[in-house]
Ligand binder design. Structure first.
Ligand code: PMP
Length: 757
């Protein structure tokens, strides 16, 4: 090939030259030196369709000559005055060959990114963009190019070639955000001819100033702001604080070419779109050419930046961008008036978390963002099981909502598919499902099923248990009826003591605790009893793990006497406990009725009851069971998507791994800080109990509340619960990572250090 190229140079340009092939993405580049001096760049383009475009590039170079402070390549013409030739290699492959002047200088990629240099990059790009405002050509305007950010959705909407589901989720998330936030404003953005690839291996610098730019192969007619979005994406790579680097470039750019507000408003998403485009392109290219290292050279850095980017609130980014451009951000609503307005119209019995409540604006995966752009790591919302705004779940809901939403009085595939999907997660004989639209409605139905089947009314419940907000479920919830405002138990409700191995009369160290606690319910077993209901880890009771053997003994006692056993899996289901998909499995039992809620719809209101054929058939007694929303096609589509994500992203395994890491690290903290009395739970369903005295176990309620408020200030959302409100609950979305856990542990440790003093 080399000899062929040299001969070509001699024939067409009349030069005797040395050549060196340079790394390239899709074009073959040769550095051409004459008498030891780098003089030209020969470019061989495999895409023969590009001829018209190459011709126009020459016009751009001529236009840019006007910017005398900077260097741009210039076309080198052949002996016959032409500048594009057909070149054929030894294997008969054809290329368009053209030659450019070689611009000396070092790449910006090699420089330390000082504020000055970053601002100068901005100034350079602003200057170039402004100068190109009056360069228009129909060939460029007609270009429909895969790297052009305005076509992000069109080219990348199905990134199924990105095999890692966690990574694909990030791309799909930003595709959806682009559709929601960028697409509607795209038509109103000013457009111009832009270089469109000012990455730091194309920009030349002398360490302080930008001296020029090469490689005009990506030139497009696109929203002008895309120039900036593309360039700054690379300035964030490898940086601890990408937003700060990026802001410097924006500041410089704005000085030369003022950015419009509507452009700044979407810049965050355009940057994300560029990062995703790079990932999609490099993934596609490495599938075709697995040995090309140049392709994946930046991929890891881009992933790192995307993972950082998702943790930055788009509002925070926008606020900072406005600030560096000296633009006023729109006035914000005051938190106090939000609260006042709320209680004007909404019942006050709805509580608000934290002394200083948070006004939430948006969320992504395990992160939540408030109105001022502060990021919180969500360590407590187990409803957002697979992560806030998971693109697969959002997509399932959006598409089904736009197609059909009706009720179970019609036949439709979605119901059958989901009913099959959810029941297949249970062992025989649990093979029937009823759909409702909340955990409370599911608990209510579970009680009805048990009472109908047994023709009895009494229920045994666990102390401090909670099963819902309806009249019948409040009756089954000591957490409510025995607390402030409660009326105490009905005479058909019997409260078994919570088998708490920490506070209770039998401690977890006692190998027989399970049996001893189980024996305590014997006195409630009689011919009036319809059954027993509990959670496999008692959440509102303070994340209390049931002792080994406890449920097994109780289930057999209850059944022997004719009652049914109900497991409330609203909190513990769907892989959260890590070791198993359902909490009851920890105890090696199979319930007669299972209650599902919260995580089942990842925030979409779904509840379900799973039971046996026999119990379901007995319920078919002539009275119709109908739930207006239960089992509607939208809910079913969402429920199915949640199940798929749990499997694809191996979230149960992640719950186990990250949960074990947390238990381990929290146990180390317990050895260090006396206030931590107990660390317990399974998977990502954990509790930290704070006590003031390790002997009397006096609850450290005030301290627990204080700690949770302090952690909020540090950007971690948690809550307290338990009979003494001194147990801090950790139950994050299951995509919570070890890095999130590490950050949480260090924040807890920092707060306890101060509290200890
Ligand atoms: N059961 C348990 C164990 C719960 O934690 C809850 C909600 N906290 C419910 C039932 C009721 O669910 P929902 O709020 O969806 O009605």
């Amino acid at each position: 090939m080399e000899n062929l190229v040299k001969k070509f140079l001699k024939d067409k340009y009349g030069i005797q030259a040395e050549i060196q092939q340079l790394e390239g993405y899709s074009v073959i580049n040769y550095k051409v030196s004459v008498k030891g001096e780098s003089k030209y760049l020969l470019k061989l383009t495999g895409n023969l369709q590009e001829k018209a475009f190459l011709k126009i590039q020459d016009l751009i170079y001529i236009h840019l000559k006007g910017l005398e402070d900077y260097s741009f390549p210039q076309t080198v013409f052949g002996l016959d005055g032409k500048h594009i030739y057909l070149f054929t290699d030894n294997e008969g492959n054809q290329y368009l060959a053209h030659m450019l002047s070689y611009i000396k200088g070092s790449f910006l990629a090699k420089d330390e990114k000082s504020s000055e240099l970053l601002q100068n990059l901005g100034k350079f790009l602003g200057t170039v963009n402004k100068h190109l405002l009056n360069f228009n050509h129909p060939v460029i305007q007609a270009r429909h190019f895969k790297w052009d950010l305005q076509y992000f959705l069109e080219f990348y909407s199905n990134p199924d070639y990105v095999k890692d589901p966690e990574k694909r989720k990030l791309i799909e998330y930003y595709l959806q955000q682009f559709k929601e936030n960028v697409l509607p404003v795209l038509p109103g953005l000013r457009k111009s001819t832009i270089h469109s690839d000012a990455n730091d291996w194309n920009v030349l610098s002398n360490g302080k100033k930008i001296t020029g730019i090469i490689d005009f192969g990506d030139v497009v007619f696109s929203p002008s702001i895309n120039e900036l979005a593309i360039a700054v994406s690379y300035m964030g790579l490898g940086s601890e604080d990408p937003l700060s680097n990026i802001s410097e470039v924006i500041k410089g750019y704005h000085q030369k070419f003022p950015i419009e507000e509507k452009e700044l408003n979407i810049l965050y998403y355009l940057i994300a779109a560029r990062l995703c485009t790079s990932i999609c392109q490099s993934t596609k290219s490495s599938l075709k050419d697995p040995d090309n290292k140049y392709i994946s050279i930046q991929e890891e850095q881009i992933w790192d930046l995307l993972i950082k980017w998702i943790q930055i609130s788009p509002d925070k980014a926008r606020i900072i961008f406005y600030k560096v451009c000296n633009l006023k951000n729109e006035t914000r609503r005051l938190k106090a008036s939000l609260y006042e307005n709320r209680i004007k119209y909404v019942g006050k019995s709805l509580s608000v978390s934290y002394k200083d409540p948070i006004t939430m604006e948006r969320a992504a995966f395990q992160y939540m963002f408030d109105k001022d752009g502060k990021t919180y790591v969500d360590c407590v919302n187990n409803i957002m099981h697979v992560g806030h705004c998971h693109p697969k779940v959002v997509h399932a809901g959006q598409t089904q909502m736009a197609k059909l939403n009706t009720n179970t009085r019609y036949l439709y595939d979605e119901l059958n598919n989901y009913a099959k999907g959810i029941t297949s997660r249970f062992p025989y004989p649990l093979n029937k499902v009823f759909f409702v639209n909340s955990g409370s409605a599911a608990s209510d139905l579970a009680l009805r099923l048990a009472r109908n089947f047994t023709n009895k009314k009494d229920m045994i419940v666990l102390d401090h248990g909670y099963h819902g907000n309806t009249a019948s479920t409040i009756e089954a919830s000591p957490y409510k009826f025995n607390s402030k405002g409660g009326d105490g138990p009905e005479d058909y409700i019997h409260i078994a003591p919570i088998p708490d191995g920490y506070h209770g009369r039998y401690k977890s160290a006692d190998a027989n605790a399970g049996h001893k606690y189980a024996e305590l319910i014997r006195k409630y077993l009689n011919d009036k009893n319809a059954g027993f209901i509990c959670e496999p880890i008692v959440g509102c009771g303070g994340q209390v793990m049931l002792p080994p053997g406890y449920l097994k003994e109780i289930y057999s006692m209850v059944r022997e006497q004719g009652g049914l056993c109900i497991s409330d899996e609203v909190q513990t289901g769907f892989g959260r406990v890590g070791t198993h998909f359902w909490g009851y499995e920890i105890h090696n039992v199979i319930p007669d009725i299972v209650i599902l809620g919260k995580p089942i719809g990842n925030g979409h209101p779904i509840g379900a009851v799973i039971t046996t054929d026999e119990i379901a058939n007995a319920f078919d007694n002539g009275m119709e069971f109908f739930s207006s929303f239960g089992g509607n096609p939208v809910s079913c589509a969402i429920g199915n998507a949640v199940l798929e994500v749990i499997d694809e992203e191996k979230l149960q395994q992640n719950a186990l791994d990250v949960g074990n890491y947390l238990i381990n690290e929290l146990s180390k903290l317990r050895n260090k800080y006396e206030i931590i009395g107990s660390v317990r739970g399974s998977g990502l369903y954990l509790g930290i109990e704070l006590v003031n005295d390790l002997h009397s176990l006096q609850p450290a309620t005030k301290e627990a509340v204080k700690l949770v408020n302090q952690l909020k200030e540090k950007g971690f959302l948690l809550s307290t619960d338990g009979p003494y409100n001194n147990v801090i609950k950790i139950k994050p979305p299951l995509c919570f990572t070890c890095k999130n856990a590490e950050d949480l542990i260090s924040a807890i440790s920092d707060s306890l250090k101060v509290m200890d003093k």
